[in-house]
Write a protein that binds this ligand. Structure first.
Ligand code: PLP
Length: 406
């Protein structure tokens, strides 16, 4: 198999890892990287200009999520937001209830490592974490949440937080957050969702979801990297994770990155324009890609939720028999496709993906061959045609070279 020729377009199908900055976001950011460089904490006019832009961006981002400006705290992205809410919820619980009873957080086995490894830190704080199982499509059964909350009661442990992701980053499955949050609230337990993959891709409204806290990250919807937010519902307050000059109403100190905040707001505004129309168009192209790859390639199965209304429109995910996923990604790169195996945020690991394993794929002849193609909003028919040619060819080639069954 030869490498893609210089005339063939290279197709970036790794948008769940990160997206390019939108020109509109860049244009909005530029003045705050140049002449309007003030520290928003200051008093003079340059500082006031920056503060005004910062608060405008906060208000617009909040509005697009159905939230109020004072409920949105700017962070460095999804990882920080997730870690902050996990640790913050445990500390809040102890502040309110004392330290005599064991404290637990309930989450799911398919969360991003920002949550799963964040839970390791909780263990160091003397709290524990319960992981809910998922079914073969990656969905949490609401009954398993009720069972986990019953278990905690029986064990005499207080649950400080339930945290279940809105959409999975590896297979795109969308969880039933309103139902899960309802179960949590019936017992008076706060509910957080990691919406990093969902915001800007499907409609996200904090009231419709019924959550107390939500994490988002700008670089997943064509905003700048290193910027995100934690939404905390009015009245639900957690202690700060970063202490210092008292920015972000004393909860997240550090001079705010005004340019990135305005870039995030501009990118989200753009992403929310005709969100449903775009999702329909991208979803139809994704469906064509999945069915063609399956038709053309033996020993390949789709992963994640089959119902198109319960999965992200942009993610096509597969598992390939007798294929080394990392080798496949290298071959795809040489053939002109940027793709990912498992979670791109955990590269360097040769273990099968924890998401795929939790979904019941425990056979090593399958679970090392995961492939995720995450499409851009402006993906074209021609891009899909090229993916439909290149992906089956690379899977066959990777299977020959992987030599698992020989
Ligand atoms: N949560 C999910 C579901 C993600 O997909 C990611 C990144 O891929 C993160 C959290 C981490 O976000 P960030 O890269 O902004 O730290």
């Amino acid at each position: 198999m030869s490498d893609a020729s210089s005339q063939d377009p290279y197709i970036y199908a790794d948008n769940a890892a990160t997206t390019p900055l939108s020109p509109r976001a860049l244009e909005t950011m530029t003045p705050y990287l140049t002449e309007s460089f003030g520290n928003p904490g200051g008093i003079h006019r340059i500082a006031r200009d920056a503060a005004c832009a910062l608060e405008g961006a906060r208000a617009r981002t909040a509005e697009l999520l159905g939230a109020h400006a004072h409920e949105l705290y700017l962070t460095s992205g999804g990882t920080e937001s997730d870690n902050w809410i996990l640790q913050g919820a445990v500390r809040r619980h102890r502040d309110l209830n004392g330290t005599s009873r064991p404290v637990r957080v309930v989450t799911s086995a398919v969360e991003h490592h920002a949550v799963l490894h964040g839970c390791r830190m909780l263990r160091e704080m003397g709290a524990d974490a319960a992981m809910l199982p998922v079914d073969g499509s990656g969905r949490v059964d609401p009954a398993s949440l009720s069972d986990a909350l019953d278990d905690a009661e029986r064990a005499g442990a207080d649950v400080a937080l339930v945290s279940i992701m809105l959409a999975n980053n590896e297979v795109g499955t969308i969880e039933d957050i309103p139902v899960l949050a309802g179960i949590s609230h019936e017992r008076g337990i706060p509910f957080h969702t990691d919406a990093v993959q969902a915001v800007g891709h499907i409609p996200v409204d904090v009231d419709e979801l019924g959550v107390d806290a939500l994490s988002l990250s700008a670089h997943k919807f064509h905003g700048p990297r290193g910027t995100g937010a934690l939404y905390l519902r009015d009245g639900f307050s957690i202690p700060p994770m970063v202490e210092g000059g008292g920015q972000e109403r004393g909860l997240r100190s550090g001079t705010q990155d005004v340019a990135s905040a305005v870039g995030m707001a501009a990118a989200l505004e753009e992403a929310c324009e005709d969100l449903e129309g775009r999702a329909r168009r991208v979803g139809a192209l994704r469906d064509r890609l999945v069915s063609t790859v399956l038709e053309r390639t033996p020993g390949v199965r789709p992963t994640g939720e089959p119902d198109p209304h319960r999965r992200l429109p942009s993610i096509a995910s597969f598992i390939c028999h007798d294929v080394d996923g990392e080798l496949l990604v290298v071959l795809l790169d040489r053939a002109g496709v940027a793709a990912a195996t498992g979670s791109a945020c955990s590269t360097g690991s040769t273990e099968p993906s924890h998401v795929i394993t939790a979904m019941g794929w425990d056979d090593p002849s399958w679970n090392r061959g995961t492939l995720r193609l995450s499409l851009a909003d402006d993906v074209t028919d021609r891009d899909i045609d090229l993916l439909c040619e290149r992906v089956p060819r690379c899977i066959e080639r990777a299977r020959l070279l992987s030599g698992f069954s020989r």
